[in-house]
Design a binder for this molecule. Structure first.
Ligand SMILES: Cc1cc2nc3c(=O)[nH]c(=O)nc-3n(C[C@H](O)[C@H](O)[C@H](O)COP(=O)(O)OP(=O)(O)OC[C@H]3O[C@@H](n4cnc5c(N)ncnc54)[C@H](O)[C@@H]3O)c2cc1C
Length: 455
């Protein structure tokens, strides 16, 4: 079985590793770096900056821990060096894994020239690759609206922020979804003044209002300005008595004068120039490759996984899709293969407090008229949260009142991204609330709140 994969991000490199392990002859074509946008611009650098911001914020909270307070200062070159070093270690790790499995890594840009072959262009040279199966794992890129032109200096996309050339004194964040709120948190923790332009009345409009309220409260306490019900319609560079900066114009006439602006308004799929039409591959109405449960496009031997498939834009989901593609290509789906259930994917927002959820949401259940049992415990009742000097947030577990099976949950608080794994496992394995209650957990630990919420 010959498999050609376009894109070396989480979708592509995971599919490559598993398919090679299962005996396929695999080639990965990557035009940038193995590891993909996830490692280069998204997950890794953003979380590294957030970790530095978190350390700065912790230094500001020292007094509450019985210590003298010292204000930490950012060392921008050292921060940049740290980001680069983490990125390159992870990249080397992924490349090492692929080469240990005998995967061929090709540097270049690939495009289909028919349903059974792609051409790879690199430094003016071309090579044609034929295969039995193909995987399109080309990811996505930040959406740029037609009302502004990012310049990488003052008007930024998320990719210009690790760290920005000049650390903002005041940054306007456009977009209040997951990426937007993470960027608010990141810049606020690093000591920048932040204004968040929120087009609706709630930050994180797709999340549980109770969850969003904890975050809004935290933002306000940290001095973040929330411009609610305002849709940005233009961003201009200005030079005035405050120095160089930007003016963000909103549809209701309000303006924000800031030193920088960053766009966090979603992404678009990387499908252009791929020759998908030549291969007969259909896109959905939003331009993503339309796939079935096995990640196959309408052309059965051409698969798509990761952001380009328009499912959940998460690195974890991309990797799992890649794994499922490998299993399907190698014929394993007839045995142990389980379809990916996107509704059971855990996700986290790396703000402070962290926010994580999985499975059925309360609002979703009510909208569907489904009977649920909702139990909630605040972290203010947790000994470990008090010891940590951070008792914000709560654990909420949603279960089936008739069977006790755990259907979903959300956690707002310290280490929520780690803690949600317990509920994610329960949701995936159809465990009951009693399975969590009867687990012998560590004391004192934040996880005790999970058992209390499951009671
Ligand atoms: C700011 C930000 C933070 C994020 N943080 C998280 C997080 O904390 N956790 C999480 O789970 N998700 C996070 N995400 C989402 C995550 O980054 C994506 O879901 C993930 O990168 C998708 O992986 P992928 O393999 O589909 O694509 P990518 O990682 O985008 O990789 C695709 C690769 O394909 C290559 N490529 C494209 N076209 C071609 C071509 N024609 N020829 C050769 N190569 C090509 C590209 O160069 C790229 O390397 C974040 C996203 C953003 C924007």
């Amino acid at each position: 079985m010959r498999l050609v994969i376009i894109g070396g991000g989480p979708a592509g490199n995971t599919a490559a590793t598993y398919a090679a392990r299962l005996g396929a002859e695999v080639t990965v074509v990557e035009r940038d770096v193995i590891g993909g946008a996830a490692h280069l611009w998204d997950c890794i650098p953003s979380k590294t900056m957030i970790a530095t911001g978190g350390a700065m914020a912790a230094s500001r909270r020292m007094r509450g821990m019985g210590l003298e307070q010292h204000e930490a200062e950012i060392d921008t070159p050292a921060l940049e060096e740290r980001i680069e070093s983490i990125k390159s270690r992870i990249q080397r790790g992924v490349e090492g894994l692929l080469s240990s499995q005998g995967v061929r890594m090709m540097s270049g840009s690939a495009r289909f020239v028919g349903p059974n072959e792609v051409v790879v262009e690199s430094n003016g040279e071309t090579e044609t690759l034929k295969a039995d199966s193909f995987l399109v794992g080309t990811g996505s890129r930040p959406r740029i609206p037609d009302w502004c032109t990012p310049d990488g200096e003052r008007i930024l996309t998320t990719r210009d922020c690790y760290p920005p050339r000049v650390m903002p004194s005041h940054i306007a964040v456009i977009g209040s979804g997951v990426t937007g709120v993470e960027f608010v948190h990141m810049f606020a923790s690093l000591g920048c003044k932040v204004t968040l332009v929120v087009s609706r009345q709630q930050v994180l409009p797709s999340k549980d209002p109770e969850v969003a309220a904890v975050l809004e409260d935290d933002f306000l306490k940290r001095g973040v300005s929330l411009l609610k019900g305002a849709r940005a319609i233009g961003i201009d560079r200005v030079e005035d008595d405050k120095g160089p900066g930007v003016v963000v114009r909103c549809d209701d006439g309000r303006v924000v004068r800031a030193s920088h602006a960053v766009l966090a308004i979603g992404s678009v799929p990387n499908t252009d120039g791929l020759g998908l039409e030549t291969a007969g591959v259909e896109l959905d109405r939003n331009g993503y490759v339309a796939i079935n449960n096995h990640c196959q496009s309408n052309v059965a031997h051409i698969y798509a996984a990761g952001d380009v498939s328009g499912k959940l834009p998460l690195s974890s989901v991309a990797s799992m899709q890649g794994r499922k593609v490998a299993e399907h290509v190698m014929g394993l789906h007839t045995r142990e293969h389980r379809h990916l259930d996107y509704d059971k994917a855990a996700s986290a927002i790396f703000t402070e407090p962290e926010i994580a959820d999985v499975g059925l949401a309360e609002a979703e259940a009510f909208a569907a008229g489904r009977k649920i049992r909702v139990t909630k415990v605040p972290f203010s009742a947790s000994a470990k949260a008090l010891i940590n000097n951070d008792s914000r947030g709560f654990v909420k577990i949603i279960s089936d009142p008739a069977t006790g099976v755990v259907l979903g949950g959300s956690i707002v608080g310290g280490n929520a991204a780690e803690l949600i794994s317990v509920i994610a496992l329960a949701v995936t394995a159809n465990l009951k609330v009693t399975d969590i209650v009867e687990s012998l957990l560590v004391h004192p630990a934040l996880s005790e709140a999970l058992a209390d919420a499951a009671e």
